[in-house]
Ligand binder design. Structure first.
Ligand SMILES: NC(=O)c1ccc[n+]([C@@H]2O[C@H](COP(=O)([O-])OP(=O)(O)OC[C@H]3O[C@@H](n4cnc5c(N)ncnc54)[C@H](OP(=O)(O)O)[C@@H]3O)[C@@H](O)[C@H]2O)c1
Length: 397
């Protein structure tokens, strides 16, 4: 990535804000920060998929201009909850994309999964600052996203704690001196379990992350290490690095969020408590800093910091990510889509935890597509990979 362009003077406070996915885990942490900094931001758009009640509550509290619910069947609930408030209500896919393109000064892209790709792209095309939590946008369509950033001059700032950490210590003006980046991984709840022990794992156990409180999908991805795998792909596109320059280290305490190693042997790390409000606040204030009301790291209490290499025979998702990245654009899209199908089936009790990676692996091996010329080709690959994954899930049931 290039150094983000400076904020234009016209974008000084209060900055207009759109939060795509405001009812989710990252979305609620963002709302929490907006609540604490009302003088600096004015909320123009909030969006959700189904949770009309929370969306309406957030919109009323923050005085949003527009609330959009993606699933149209929840429009009557949203409309009625907002009646008499003067806040506009809208519903459906097109309304979501239009809201993402309204040109907010700062947009939080926090929809989960490939469902967030189109709205992220639309927001980038408008310029402004895009706080990117939706890693799937880069995984599925990295080259298109980065090209759109170049064209519009948008500032794409990573929210994923690892990428935000790398961004904070990555000397863009001295790229040749960067030996590698090191993404840290907590290892999830099953780090010490053997593959054989994973068969009987339940969704409740899988979503119980040892250090982070997150949405269900990313929590399961952390348990299979698919989250780290998607993050390798995200980092490759975001920082324009080859796969071999991106390492992963297990760090169960989640204190060092990631590192950059330079050719002179220096390793620069960013540390903090495992609280998403810190990276979110970093993107909100950038290039300045915003105070958070979140957890603080007490180094005097935190003497125990361990690091260990990742066992890629045990966590095969990491191997799949590197294969997909090496194979080129389209393959990471397929890997991500198949994983989404598999995780949904696991959460619904239809697939064993230990079979999640195998669904992704099968889809990655079977996907077939011709040249990719625009984002619609990416959406077609996503659809095809989902079909392959559904068949694989059926066969494994
Ligand atoms: N959670 C974390 O700590 C964390 C950390 C780093 C990166 N991330 C990334 O941030 C993104 C969000 O994660 P999360 O954990 O916050 O997810 P989450 O808690 O599941 O929230 C997802 C949000 O997206 C909305 N949404 C879901 N499906 C949608 C659809 N089809 N169309 C439009 N909106 C939809 C949800 O609305 P409803 O509430 O109405 O369903 C909700 O607002 C993911 O890409 C994740 O990888 C998360």
């Amino acid at each position: 990535m290039q150094n983000p362009s400076p904020l234009p003077a016209a974008e000084k406070q209060p900055r207009s804000v759109a939060v795509l996915g405001s009812t989710g885990s990252v979305g609620q942490s963002t709302v929490d920060l907006l609540r604490a900094h009302r003088d600096r931001f004015s909320v123009s758009v909030l969006t959700a998929n189904k949770n009309a009640a929370l969306l309406a509550e957030q919109a009323k509290e923050l005085g949003a201009g527009l609330a959009v619910i993606a699933d149209e069947s929840f429009y009557p609930a949203l409309k009625s909850a907002l009646s008499g408030t003067g806040i506009e209500a809208a519903a459906g896919h097109d309304a979501l994309i239009a809201a993402a393109g309204m040109g907010a000064d700062w947009t939080m892209a926090a929809i989960v999964g490939a469902a967030g790709v189109e709205s992220t792209l639309r927001a980038i095309q408008q310029g402004g600052t895009i706080a990117l939590a939706n890693k799937e946008s880069l995984v599925c369509a990295g080259p298109f996203m980065m090209e759109a950033v170049e064209k519009s001059g948008a500032r794409l700032l990573p929210v994923d704690s690892e990428h935000n950490a790398v961004f904070q210590v990555f000397d863009n003006d001295n790229r040749a001196a960067i030996r590698r980046i090191i993404l840290t991984a907590s290892g999830g709840p099953f780090l010490r379990k053997s593959r054989a022990e994973l068969d009987g794992v339940t969704p409740e156990q899988a979503v119980k992350h040892p250090t982070w409180a997150m949405g269900a999908k990313i929590s399961v991805d952390s348990a299979t290490m698919m989250n780290k795998s998607l993050e390798i792909i995200e980092a490759a596109y975001l920082f324009n690095l080859k796969s071999e320059k991106i390492d992963v280290l297990i760090h169960p305490q989640s204190i060092v969020h990631s590192m950059v190693e330079y050719i002179d042997g220096s390793i620069l790390a960013q540390m903090g408590a495992p609280d998403m409000r810190t990276p979110i606040a970093h993107t909100m204030g950038w290039p300045e800093r915003v105070e958070t009301n979140g957890a603080r790291l007490d180094l005097a209490q935190t003497l125990n910091m361990a690091f260990e290499p990742i066992d890629i025979e045990r966590f095969i998702a990491v191997k799949l990510a590197r294969q997909a990245l090496g194979a080129g654009m389209g393959y990471p899209t397929a890997l991500n889509a198949a994983n989404e199908v598999a995780v949904e089936a696991f959460l619904a009790g239809e697939l064993k935890f230990s079979a999640i990676e195998s669904v992704s692996e099968q889809a990655l091996q079977s996907i077939n597509f011709s040249a990719i010329s625009d984002i619609n080709d990416i959406f077609a690959i996503d659809r095809d990979a989902r079909k392959l994954a559904v068949s694989a899930v059926e066969a494994l049931k």
